[in-house]
Design a binder for this molecule. Structure first.
Ligand SMILES: CC(C)(COP(=O)(O)OP(=O)(O)OC[C@H]1O[C@@H](n2cnc3c(N)ncnc32)[C@H](O)[C@@H]1OP(=O)(O)O)[C@@H](O)C(=O)NCCC(=O)NCCS
Length: 180
């Protein structure tokens, strides 16, 4: 699927594939780490570990445990949004996560990716709960989630060591009945 950014650039949105370029995926995640963004990871990845990660993601997708949508600009990965299904007694709960490269932020892509992901999650899994977490201070992410209909339901105080500062981890749930 094609998506037109606010500035007119065209991004391709599609599921992660086994043939995707490990070096490019590695570059994408390492840029987010270098930038000290609010993603959970804070240690750079090697192409070897990224290759293992890719294999694992594909395996989970095949076993219906994961949906991973990617955004590409001129063939380079500039975004990823994933939905992970819980295990065993938590199988009906789905956790989401999203990250975009700096160059495509504020262009409506985060909103689009999450909307597409939620549509797919509802269609495939008909979950009881759709939820995510955000680190206190990550205002763009919090605003995006609130705008889509996520509401805070729990807060782990001073849970995340964000480059030397302890910040709350805020849990938010999607109002399932909301349709796009
Ligand atoms: C958080 C993130 C996914 C948002 O995606 P995005 O494509 O930039 O957001 P969108 O352009 O779709 O904007 C959607 C809404 O989010 C909010 N938003 C986006 N950027 C914002 C900013 N810089 N400041 C405040 N609110 C912002 C707005 O409410 C916006 O709605 P509007 O366009 O009607 O004003 C993106 O900034 C990102 O990947 N950041 C780095 C990694 C990260 O923090 N991931 C989330 C971890 S929980």
């Amino acid at each position: 699927m094609e998506f037109v950014l606010k500035d007119g650039r065209i991004v391709e949105i599609r599921p992660l594939q086994p043939t995707d370029d490990v070096f490019d995926l590695c570059r994408f995640i390492n840029e987010l780490i270098e930038e000290k963004s609010y993603i959970a990871m804070n240690e750079k990845i090697t192409p070897e570990s990224e290759a293992k990660w890719l294999e694992n993601q594909i395996d989970k997708m095949r076993h219906d445990e994961l949906i991973d949508f990617r955004a590409f600009l001129d063939g380079r990965c500039v975004g990823g949004a994933e939905a992970r299904r819980g295990k065993w007694k938590e199988r009906d709960n789905v956790e989401l996560g999203i990250a975009l490269s700096k160059e495509v932020r504020g262009q409506g892509l985060g909103r689009k990716l999450l909307m597409e992901l939620i549509k797919e999650v509802k269609k495939k899994w008909k979950p009881k709960h759709i939820y995510l977490s955000v680190t206190e201070g990550n205002e763009p992410a919090k605003k995006l989630y609130e705008g889509l209909g996520f509401k805070e339901f729990a807060r782990f105080p001073e849970w995340v060591n964000h480059y030397g500062v302890y910040k709350d981890r805020i849990w938010m749930e999607f109002a399932i009945q909301k349709n796009f």
